[in-house]
Design a protein around this ligand. Structure first.
Ligand code: HEC
Length: 229
């Protein structure tokens, strides 16, 4: 007996489910039928415009990679950008694995120099530096591309204590207060002024910090003739 009831209840609920589904279909169809002609025309217009946009996006690839793959999938949504595999992990470290704090306190004034050459910038190394920069949250204050945020931009031509490698390395490793104690002085002024906290122990190695500075170099947005490093 019990089973029969359960069976009936199940059947009833299935029936009511299909009824609900049919109901919504019907009401949707009804709504479409009832839609005012202007509204329908407006919807069609919007559809036509978005189709045009999709076509335009598909026809004008921004990059050679985009030309290879369609920018928009069959569902009409933009395809995710496929990242090229970076060769950065294969770049041999040129600097030590000592902490930047120790390096900055031990080295004589003016002697620190990035071992990675800026003559021809390696985009993979810039990317690797950026990852480290984000990894220790420099972007929280300076923005993701070093363009400034709450704190001074790292991409413009103003350098608060100087633009050279030695100064930047110490500023990041020791922080601005300690840097001034080492005899470095404020030369420039950005719109935002405040102390730069020491990162010489947060950034794990000397090599990591040079890579971060390499990223800052690669991200410079000023005029080439004003490069002083
Ligand atoms: C808590 C916020 C904060 C964080 C986090 C921070 N900074 Fe700074 N940074 C500052 C401030 C403030 C200054 C300006 C110091 C001054 O005016 O004396 C500054 C200055 C600098 C400058 C000099 C900019 C110029 O225009 O001369 C560099 C380079 C720099 N920071 C790099 C970094 C890097 C790299 C990191 C991550 C390892 C980092 N900062 C993390 C606040 C921060």
């Amino acid at each position: 007996m019990k089973f029969r009831y359960v069976g009936i209840i199940a059947m009833l609920s299935m029936l009511s489910m299909t009824a609900c589904a049919a109901g919504t279909d019907k009401s949707a169809a009804k709504a479409a039928d009832n839609a005012k002609p202007e509204v329908v025309a407006e919807i069609k217009k919007v559809e036509a415009v978005s189709e045009k946009v999709v076509v335009a996006a598909a026809e004008t690839p921004a990059t050679p990679e985009a030309a290879a793959a369609p920018a928009v999938g069959a569902d009409g949504f933009a395809l995710p950008v496929q990242k090229k595999k970076s060769t950065a992990p294969e770049i041999k470290p040129l600097a030590s694995d000592k902490s930047p704090h120790d390096v900055a306190t031990d080295a004589a004034k003016g002697t620190l120099k990035n071992p990675y050459s800026y003559t021809t910038m390696n985009p993979d190394l810039v990317e690797a530096g950026k990852r480290k920069y984000m990894g220790v949250s420099c972007n929280g204050c300076h923005g993701g591309n070093g363009g400034g945020g709450m704190c001074p931009p790292l991409s413009n031509e103003t350098w608060v204590y100087g633009a050279d490698d030695d100064t930047l390395f110490r500023l990041v490793a020791l922080g601005s207060d300690e840097l001034m104690k080492q005899g470095y002085t404020r030369k420039g002024r950005e719109n935002v002024v405040g102390p730069m906290p020491a990162h010489g122990k947060l950034v794990k190695t000397e090599d990591d910090l040079w890579r971060i500075i390499y990223f800052i170099r690669g991200n410079f947005r000023g005029e080439a003739k004003n490069i002083k490093w």
